[in-house]
Design a protein around this ligand. Sequence first.
Ligand code: S3P
Length: 166
Amino acid sequence: MKPLVLIGPMGSGKSEVARILSSSLERPLADTDEMVEKASSRSVSQIFHEIGELAFRDLESLALREALSDPTAVIATGGGIVMDPLNAELVKKRARVFYLKVTPETAATRIGNGNGRPLVEGKEVGKEIARIIAERDAMYDGAAHHVIDAEREPAAVAKSIEQLLQ
Ligand code: S3P
């Protein structure tokens, strides 16, 4: 058995889809953002503001490795996890990876004003998320075994992932 890893930009529904999959497949849930927050006793925003994005990326990579050590885990990742090529390579090798693909418009609607998301907070969210998706789309594609249409409700997205597992 391999861990299941969900990748994709902010607003693609990774956390919610992972929660549904974890419950329906009865597999433990891991969320790298939450692991980082717990390990550092700070929110993701605080980490970005107090010690910077690079330090966050190191903590995130550590959390990913820890999460991958459980072959039964369903893992929701932060949207930037694939920016480190070592992470992209690692998940592809060690897990079954699903890219939750959304349009910038859908992601922007779900993100709202970007509160708690330091990369878009205080910026023009629609424009920023479009830039981020354009920059990372090929990286998500490259790291994934499956590309999943994540324009749909999380339950439908989870269902199509479950079907691929059968
Ligand atoms: C980030 C996405 C966030 C979080 C951090 C950076 C990114 O996670 O890890 O704010 O680089 O896209 P979500 O994708 O869960 O919002």
